[in-house]
Write a protein that binds this ligand. Structure first.
Ligand code: PHE
Length: 376
């Protein structure tokens, strides 16, 4: 007995039996109906209409059938696939509509909520701190004085007894705006002031007769690269007192008062000999470390990051006004004496508030400024 002739016996093709086709169709419809979201529907679509789905595989079998059987099977499979595609499209429409509705609810924005039309900025801590320092002196009767940032070389150097070849005049420290050769014969060159001390000379010349008590906060410039501890533009506060009978004891008392006003009761300063052309004698002033108050010195169990366990923090320079400066500014050094000091605000702000990188102060990011609070 020979085997049945498959090409003439469509019933032999299992996948094309009417009940098989119906089962495939119903399975597909059930899968679409039970797809809970669009992802699930995509999977069901691949499984029931993709190239390896049962209906697609059955469709491929049709070609091998005799003409009559081919037409019947083709119709059956075609109708089943049509029903499947229709059900898929219907379910897709439902799920998409559901998704759109959900998105509208979930991503809704309440446009009636009040909002900040002009977000409040914050005053930069350098500004508020400079004002606070100046206030300490204003409370003692000092006046706030200002001078130009593009300053005559004469005020920045000559009047302050810097000899012409003083190293601070050199290019590596000073930004020259116009050198003396380029100026008219009776004019000084112009520099970006390298310190606030030229305001000393300006104050003396403007006021003519002492007593002169001025405090000068301001921006100064030096040719430094911007890094964690340097910036080419920074701030200083200068103090100048010229009167009859002022001594170094007045200077020391004034410094002690300032650090107590800024850092708390019991703070002290110390002076170490130094040299500045415009003060004589000159000193470097330190304040006791306001964090460890000196207790970290020789005490390895209690190291202090703020002062590096030195016990002291360097603030700046000071001294008695050099009589040569008084003379250059028309003040009689026989009758008057004075003291002056100057220090950098950035440095002071850094150790007062544990700011580790100078660049944070320069970048102007309001997120740096806000934690310092609003001081008006
Ligand atoms: N101007 C000096 C500096 O920038 C500091 C100073 C000011 C020193 C006043 C003495 C008196 O380094």
């Amino acid at each position: 007995m020979s085997a049945p002739n498959k090409s003439y016996d469509p019933v032999e093709v299992e996948a094309l039996k009417p009940e098989e086709i119906e089962r495939m169709r119903d399975e597909a419809l059930a899968a679409f109906e039970s797809a809970a979201d669009l992802d699930a529907l995509t999977h069901a679509k691949t499984a029931h209409t993709g190239p390896t789905s049962p209906l697609s595989l059955a469709n491929r079998e049709i070609g091998a059938l005799p003409p009559q059987a081919k037409a019947e099977a083709g119709k059956r499979v075609g109708m089943a696939r049509g029903a499947v595609n229709k059900a898929l499209a219907a379910r897709l429409a439902v799920l998409e509509a559901e998704r759109d509705e959900r998105v509208l609810v979930e991503e809704a924005v309440d446009v009636t909520l009040p909002y900040d039309r002009t977000p409040a900025g914050a005053r930069h801590p350098l500004t508020t701190f400079m004002e606070r320092v100046a206030d300490v002196f204003v409370a003692m009767g000092y006046e706030v004085a200002e001078g130009p940032e593009a300053e005559a070389e004469w005020f920045n150097f000559d009047a302050l007894n810097f000899v012409p070849d003083h190293p601070a005049r050199q290019m590596q420290d000073t930004f020259f705006v116009q050198d003396a050769d380029g100026a008219k014969s009776d004019e000084s060159g112009v520099v970006l002031r390298t310190h606030t001390s030229p305001v000393q000379a300006r104050a003396l010349l403007e006021r003519r007769e002492p007593p002169v008590y001025v405090v000068c906060p301001g921006r100064v410039y030096r040719t430094d690269e911007l890094d964690a501890t340097h910036t080419p533009v920074f701030h200083q506060i200068e103090l100048l007192a010229v009167d009859e009978g002022l001594t170094m004891a007045d200077l020391k008392g004034t410094l002690d008062h300032m650090v107590q006003a800024l850092f708390g009761a019991g703070m002290k300063t110390r002076l170490r000999p130094n040299y500045f052309p415009f003060t004589e004698p000159s000193a470097e002033m330190d304040m006791v470390c306001y964090v460890c108050r000196g207790e970290s010195v020789g005490n390895p169990d209690r190291p202090c990051r703020t002062c590096g366990s030195e016990g002291w923090i360097e603030l700046g320079g000071c001294g008695m006004v050099n009589p040569k400066v008084l003379v250059a500014c028309g003040v009689d050094p026989q009758k008057y004496s004075g003291f002056a000091f100057g220090f950098g605000i950035e440095r002071m702000l850094m150790f007062r508030h544990n700011v580790e990188d100078m660049r944070d102060m320069v970048e102007g990011d309001v997120r740096f400024t806000r934690p310092f609070g609003m001081e008006i």
